[in-house]
Design a protein around this ligand. Structure first.
Ligand code: NIG
Ligand code: FE
Length: 404
């Protein structure tokens, strides 16, 4: 089965090896899909003759981009926390609310109480909306169970949705999100449970590709995180770190030291930490919606880029710090509040996001051989799309060449 996207006003190919500021833009382009993959993409005038009679799909002068990759979400959770939103607006900080038993612990209570079906239904509804926005791959973390049964329920929710839903899900184990209340007086016993029970079971069942740790005051210290990450690495899992979100705790340097594929947040990361990440090839994942909602400063994306890091942009969708899965909004915030150019922002939500989940050889670019994960955007070109913010400018999306 093949299809030829014609009349593309601007095509962003987002090659994996391009500098972040160069999204591989081609005006007046065409793109050929064959057997679920990109067979050819380039200027319409250069279309090879072999594709000239392929069935056309007219883009009518619109922008065509790779299907967006949301490389950091906490997609599966029970309950919501709108009351904490009001409390924060009244001056209570995220940390203060967490210390009083709210925050992540509140969501843990509601996730433990939720049935598997309720979790599936809720996450599916979010995925439907994300796909409508042009998102075709979503990384998704556990971390609201903090006990074997519920952590596994979250990861099995992802496995089921990956099978049932057009969007591809990439699961990450975040059992080291915070220390659960029942282990407050015995942290090392919970870390032992993580390392000796949960991680080996999850690795054996292939229920998560990556393992993540929240390094922060009130969450995990550096030595605790190192222990969890080293265990996951020995079990063959890729590593991620929630680093330096609310304070500089050395999380960026730890991610680099451990060879993590990515470090996330980094609002307070030091220059040295960012440089260590650049040397290690650890992707810096920026989560501007969390800064917006927590009214925190934004990750210094320009510093990260100058240090030599690649900067991905993701939503961090969760019921507390970032209750939105609107990736184009996160991309706009990255432009306005982090001075990323529209091309840097788009690269950050496509090929660099794919790199943060070790898939940049398959998705996130519109080069021959890549999966035909494509979004058609109702805008004549990239700058216009990102500056003229609309509820949803995506008018068609293809996953592995199939239109949804
Ligand atoms: O990425 N920082 C830690 N974890 C999440 C927030 C989770 C929550 O508030 O429920 C984050 O921001
Ligand atoms: Fe997060």
């Amino acid at each position: 089965m093949s299809l030829r996207l014609t009349g593309i006003g601007q095509l962003a190919t987002c090659p994996a090896d391009n500098p972040q500021g160069d999204a591989g833009l081609v005006n007046d382009a065409e793109l050929v899909i064959a057997d679920g993959r990109v067979a050819w993409a380039g200027p319409a005038a250069q279309l090879p003759r072999q594709w000239a009679s392929t069935e056309p799909w007219d883009c009518q002068g619109r922008l065509v981009i790779p299907g967006l990759v949301d490389c950091h979400t906490h997609l599966c959770f029970g309950g919501w926390r709108g009351d904490e939103f009001e409390m924060r607006l009244q001056g209570h900080s995220y940390q203060e609310i967490a210390a009083a038993g709210g925050g992540i612990r509140h969501t843990v209570k509601h996730t433990r109480a939720a049935s598997r079906q309720a979790l599936i239904d809720k996450a599916r509804s979010a995925l439907d909306d994300m796909l409508a926005l042009g998102v075709t791959t979503v990384e998704c973390k556990s971390g609201y169970g903090l006990e074997p049964e519920t952590e596994l329920r979250q990861l099995r929710t992802y496995r089921q949705l990956d099978a049932d839903h057009p969007v591809d899900l990439v699961p990450t184990f975040l059992g080291a999100h915070v220390i659960p209340d029942e282990y407050a007086a015995n942290r090392s016993a919970y870390i032992e449970l993580l390392c000796q029970d949960m991680l080996p079971r999850i690795a054996a069942d292939g229920l998560a590709e990556f393992s993540d740790v929240f390094v922060e005051q009130g969450a995990y210290g550096l030595d605790e995180a190192r222990q969890v990450l080293a265990t996951a690495r020995e079990l063959g899992m890729g590593l991620k770190v929630h680093a330096d979100q609310l304070s500089d705790g050395g999380g960026a340097a730890l991610a680099a030291e451990m060879g993590a594929v990515s470090a996330e947040h980094l609002e307070y990361a030091s220059e040295d930490g960012l440089r260590a990440m650049a040397r290690a090839g650890t992707v810096a994942v920026s989560l501007p919606l969390a800064s917006l909602y927590l009214r925190e400063h934004y990750m210094p994306a320009r510093d990260a880029l100058s240090a030599g890091c690649r900067v991905a942009v993701a939503t961090d969708f969760n019921p507390g710090s970032a209750p939105s899965y609107h990736l184009p909004l996160a991309m706009l915030l990255a432009c306005i509040n982090q001075s990323m150019t529209p091309q840097e922002s788009l690269m950050g939500a496509t090929t660099i996001a794919a790199r943060a989940i070790a898939r940049h050889d398959r998705i996130g670019s519109l080069r021959p051989g890549y999966l035909a994960d494509i979004a058609v955007i109702d805008a004549p070109e990239l700058n216009h799309w990102l500056y003229h913010f609309r509820p949803n400018a995506c008018i068609a999306r293809f996953k592995s060449g199939i239109e949804y």
